[in-house]
Design a binder for this molecule. Structure first.
Ligand code: RET
Length: 260
C-alpha cells in the first residue's frame, strides 16, 4: 500500500472511530435524560426517549462497523459504504418519526413523512450503484423526496403543533426542524461532489465530511431535544435556584395561584 493510500484509509477509519465515540456520548445523554425526565407527555415519554436512544445508538454501531470497512462493496470501481445507507435507512426515519411524534401528527401524515424519508435514502443508494446519467436521475429523484419531507416538516406538521402546543414545545420543534432543513441539505451537495457523481471529493474527504455531518445531525438533535426542553436544568442549577425557577414556571402556568 502506498503512503498516500495508507494516510487516506487512516483518515477515514480514524474519523469513523471518533464518530462512534461522539455518537455513543449522544446515546448516554439520551439515556440520562430518559431517567431524569419526569414529564410524560409526547415526545418526553418512553416512546420519544426510545427513539432518541435508537438514533445515536444504531449510528454508533454503524460507525464501529464502518471503521473496519464492514459491508463496504466495490461497484464499477467505486467503493461504497453500504453500512452508511443501512444506518441512514434506519435512523433518518427515526429522526423524522420523532418530529411527527412531537407534532402529534395523524397516522397518515406519519406514514407519508417516513415513506418520503425512506425513498430519499433508497433512491440515493440506487444512484451510487449506477453509472453515467442514471446517477443523476436517481440523485434527482432522491432530492425530490427530500423536498417532500421538508414540505411536511415546515407545513402540515408545524401547523399541527403551532395551534395546540405550548411555547416550549414549539421552540424545540422549530429548532429541530431548522436543523433538518439546513444541515440535511448539505448531504446531496456532498453526494453530488463525490464519486460516482462529479468525483471532486476523494473517498477519504467524503468519509470525513459525512462523519462531521452525521455527528452534527444526530448529536445536535439529541442535545437540542433534551436541553431546550430543560431536562437537565435540575443538574445545572443549584437546589435553591432550581426551586425558584420551578416556582416561577408554575406561576407562569397558573397565574395568581402561588404554590406555597
Ligand atoms: C442522498 C442522495 C442524494 C440526494 C439526497 C440525499 C440525502 C441524504 C440525506 C441524509 C441524511 C442523513 C442523516 C444522517 C444522520 O446521521 C441520499 C445523499 C437528498 C438528507 C441526517
Amino acid at each position: 500500500m502506498s503512503a498516500a493510500v495508507d494516510a487516506s484509509v487512516l483518515a477515514r477509519s480514524t474519523s469513523y472511530t471518533i464518530g462512534a465515540v461522539l455518537l455513543a456520548v449522544g446515546t448516554l445523554i439520551s439515556l440520562a435524560a430518559w431517567r431524569i425526565d419526569d414529564q410524560d407527555e409526547a415526545p418526553y415519554d418512553d416512546i420519544g426517549y426510545a427513539m432518541l436512544v435508537g438514533i445515536t445508538g444504531l449510528a454508533t454501531l454503524a460507525y464501529v462497523g464502518m471503521s473496519t470497512d464492514l459491508f463496504a462493496i466495490a461497484e464499477n470501481g467505486i467503493e461504497i459504504q453500504t453500512l452508511r445507507y443501512i444506518d441512514w435507512a434506519a435512523t433518518t426515519p427515526l429522526l423524522v418519526g420523532y418530529m411527527a411524534y412531537a407534532a402529534q401528527a395523524s397516522r397518515k401524515t406519519v406514514v407519508a413523512v417516513i415513506v418520503a424519508d425512506l425513498l430519499m435514502i433508497v433512491l440515493g443508494f440506487v444512484g451510487v450503484l449506477q453509472t453515467g446519467v442514471l446517477v443523476y436521475v436517481f440523485g434527482g429523484l432522491s432530492t425530490i423526496a427530500y423536498f417532500a419531507l421538508v414540505y411536511y416538516l415546515f407545513g402540515p406538521l408545524a401547523q399541527n403543533l403551532r395551534g395546540t402546543a405550548g411555547a416550549d414545545k414549539w421552540a424545540v420543534y422549530a429548532k429541530l426542524r431548522n436543523l433538518i432543513g439546513l444541515l440535511w441539505f448539505v448531504y446531496p451537495v456532498v453526494w453530488v461532489l463525490s464519486p460516482p457523481a462529479l468525483d471532486v471529493l476523494t473517498r477519504a474527504t467524503t468519509g470525513v465530511l459525512i462523519t462531521y455531518m452525521d455527528v452534527a445531525a444526530k448529536l445536535g438533535f439529541v442535545l437540542i431535544a433534551t436541553n431546550t426542553a430543560g431536562v437537565f436544568d435540575g443538574l445545572l442549577l443549584d437546589d435553591t435556584e432550581y426551586d425558584t425557577e420551578l416556582a416561577a414556571e408554575e406561576e407562569r402556568a397558573t397565574p395568581g395561584e402561588t404554590s406555597d
